[in-house]
Design a protein around this ligand. Structure first.
Ligand SMILES: [Zn+2]
Length: 174
């Protein structure tokens, strides 16, 4: 199975982690919520299409660990190495439009997790680990990619930001 680092959409990956990981679902009190069929969407990577719910949950739990470690470069590297070691992707040259870099991943060894780890490694190498984050709001553990210019995003969404502001305001009242 060949995977390029462009073959996994980061926004899709973030959604997978937030919708499927045990931690994010528990934090949002959504443990019993139905799992959306993200792997069947057009923006889903090909490596995800054949996975069942249990495999998607496992992948989300594993990948969340990289975001959870994002305060510490050493921890991020360790988490990525742990995921990469699982599949031992092999760097390969393939001919597409021209000669391109590609990774060969054994389909029986969590290719979604391994390919995602490659994508995340590529991303943090280019953009820095401070671009990965976990929501600071109560009742939310969602992960996010910080696209803000000041790299200071604290909450996963406007909803969480507003909710926290309201809660802070209430707490400050005598
Ligand atoms: Zn949030």
């Amino acid at each position: 199975m060949f995977v390029t680092t462009e073959s996994i959409n980061l926004n899709w990956l973030v959604e997978l982690i937030n919708e499927y990981s045990d931690l994010t679902r528990r934090a949002a009190n959504e443990s019993n919520k139905q799992y959306p069929e993200l792997h069947k969407r057009p923006d889903a990577p090909a490596v995800a299409s054949a996975l069942n719910q249990g495999e998607l949950i496992e992948a989300a739990n594993r990948l969340l660990a990289v975001f959870a470690a994002s305060q510490d470069p050493q921890a991020v590297a360790e988490q990525l190495n742990r995921l990469l070691a699982h599949g031992e992707p092999r760097l390969t040259a393939v001919v597409n439009d021209g000669v391109e870099r590609c990774y060969l991943i054994d389909p029986s060894r969590s290719p979604l997790v391994v390919a995602s780890a490659l994508v995340l490694l590529d991303f943090v190498e280019t953009n820095g680990i401070e671009r990965l984050g976990c929501c600071a709001a109560n009742n939310c553990a969602d992960v996010f990619i910080d696209h803000s210019q000041r790299r200071n995003k604290t909450y996963c969404s406007q909803t969480c930001q507003t909710r926290e502001r309201v809660a802070r305001h209430r707490r400050s009242k005598p």
